[in-house]
Design a protein around this ligand. Structure first.
Ligand SMILES: Cc1cc2nc3c(=O)[nH]c(=O)nc-3n(C[C@H](O)[C@H](O)[C@H](O)COP(=O)(O)OP(=O)(O)OC[C@H]3O[C@@H](n4cnc5c(N)ncnc54)[C@H](O)[C@@H]3O)c2cc1C
Ligand code: SF4
Length: 444
């Protein structure tokens, strides 16, 4: 059954993620009446689980196959897990096909207010003229019709609101921004940064990340608990659900309609302009029409493209906004892989420094919040400061309320022993006599 909603909206925004959130904030604050249609459920602080330990989950976040049952594609991205699976599209309910010889993993399909900003990695880099004018530099593609100076004020505006931590480096290819104070580098990172600068003249810098390090607009400074992709009760990372969308709703000019899956744009045959959208209410399965003077599609690259194809009319049989015929071509979904890593063989002192620092935290945490100990221990492991088996012992000691002080010393000793062993192996491998002369040198 189809119902019609007569409405007085100036504009309809489809999708409440990174782009939809901004569209709503700017237009609602400018006084326009908006309907924000979001295919997913509402988001709230109650859904955030960044401080919830795995042992409180039914399957301890260990049963990936359970998540895979309904989200075989989404769970390829590890941010879709037992904590967050309900935030993602159910791959069985929202299937898609591709030509056999062109497989495509369509991951990162969020279904809740905030879209992908709920789980994004928060890396927030500015383009420079090396990107915008790349064709002039290397001959590939086309130059953009604007340059960095044109964009700079908009980057400033967005960054001031979003909150991005970073180190100003004065690099031409990675322009500095309106940074919050940088998160401190670890000892190892400082070592690498200094050594790379000294030996290669290159800059190793902190990822510019949309985490605030001082309070802003009612949001708390990041307390470095780590799993931002499970939400953040202090609102310290940028998520449009509790920033741009919340601001838009606060104006009283923006009505959020959740579980509203937009199917197509309705066109006015006389004016050849959009006059509204048709959507499916996911709860009732009813189709509904809603009208406005302007429709803004922010439903994610491929979803927005699909809506444009679905909106084909007899005047536009190949979908609307497709006079060029390139609709659906040349899209980028997500650049997912890249980067590099390495192992720092030496650095006993750095390890010890880090452990000393950690020890204070661990002792404090052990006294105050025993359930946080496992999280802290996991972080140590993730930072690769200690081996898993040593860590397991540490965790067991802490779990039993024993003083970790003595044990952390042992961990440092073991790290140094490993370093000595490694050095020993290097001496004997390929007759690397050189290594013996380089005592004290850190290799990067
Ligand atoms: C795991 C992960 C890590 C990432 N890390 C980074 C990073 O470090 N740095 C970076 O710059 N980017 C990163 N990204 C990408 C970034 O999140 C996206 O580029 C950005 O969120 C895109 O914004 P958007 O508004 O186009 O879409 P989204 O944020 O995805 O929002 C789209 C919204 O539209 C809704 N929607 C979809 N179809 C319909 C429909 N038919 N009707 C109504 N609503 C609909 C969806 O439910 C969703 O809420 C990451 C993404 C993921 C998944
Ligand atoms: S933004 Fe900071 S405080 Fe919030 S979840 Fe991420 S690490 Fe924790």
């Amino acid at each position: 059954m189809q119902s019609r909603i007569k409405s007085e909206f100036d504009a309809i925004v489809v999708g409440s993620g990174a782009s939809g959130g901004w569209a709503c904030k700017r237009l609602a604050e400018a006084g326009l009446k908006l309907a924000l249609l979001e295919a997913g459920q509402p988001q709230s602080d109650q859904n955030f689980s960044e401080h919830k330990p795995e042992f409180e989950l039914k399957y301890r976040n260990r049963a990936a196959e359970i998540v895979r049952k309904t989200r075989p594609v989404q769970s390829v991205f590890d941010v879709c897990n037992e904590y967050t699976q309900d935030w993602f599209a159910n791959d069985l309910e929202e299937p898609y096909t591709t030509p056999k010889d062109q497989p495509f993993l369509w991951m990162g399909r969020l279904r809740l207010t905030g879209g992908r900003t709920n789980v994004w990695g928060r890396v927030s880099l500015r383009f420079s003229d090396w990107d915008l004018k790349a064709a002039s530099h290397d001959g590939f593609g086309e130059d953009w019709p604007l340059n960095y100076k044109d964009l700079e004020p908009y980057y400033d505006l967005v960054e001031k609101y979003v909150g991005v931590t970073g180190m100003a480096e004065g690099l031409e290819h990675l322009p500095d921004g309106q940074f919050h104070p940088p998160m401190p580098l670890t000892c190892h990172e400082t070592l690498v940064r200094n050594r790379v600068k000294e030996k290669l003249g290159r800059t190793v810098t902190l990822a510019r990340s949309a985490n605030i390090t001082r309070p802003q607009n009612g949001r708390g400074a990041c307390h470095y608990c780590g799993p931002c992709a499970r939400g953040c009760v202090t609102h310290s990372y940028f998520n449009s659900a509790f920033t741009t969308v919340a601001d838009a709703i606060k104006t009283g000019n923006c009505s959020l309609i959740s579980n509203a899956m937009v199917h197509k744009i309705l066109m006015d045959e006389n004016t050849n302009r959009a006059r509204g959208v048709l959507y499916v209410d996911r709860n009732t399965k009813q189709t509904r029409e809603i009208y406005a003077r302007v429709v803004i599609l922010c439903a994610q690259t491929q979803e927005s493209t699909r809506i444009l194809f679905n909106s084909a009319t007899k005047e536009h049989p190949n979908g609307i906004a497709n006079t060029s015929g390139v609709l659906g071509h040349y899209l980028t979904a997500h650049v997912r892989s890249g980067g590099g890593d390495g192992e720092l063989h030496r650095g006993g002192e750095a390890v010890r420094d880090q452990l000393d620092h950690r020890r204070l935290e661990l002792v404090g945490v052990a006294e105050l919040e025993p359930h946080r100990v496992a999280d802290e221990a996991r972080e140590l492991q993730r930072d690769r400061v200690v081996e898993p088996e040593v860590l397991a012992q540490l965790r067991a000691l802490l779990g039993r309320g024993l003083d970790p002080d003595h044990h952390v010393d042992r961990v440092a000793d073991e790290a140094e022993q490993r370093e000595r062993d490694q050095r020993h192996r290097e001496h004997h491998h390929d007759g690397l006599q050189q290594a013996a002369n380089d005592e004290g040198e850190h290799q990067v």
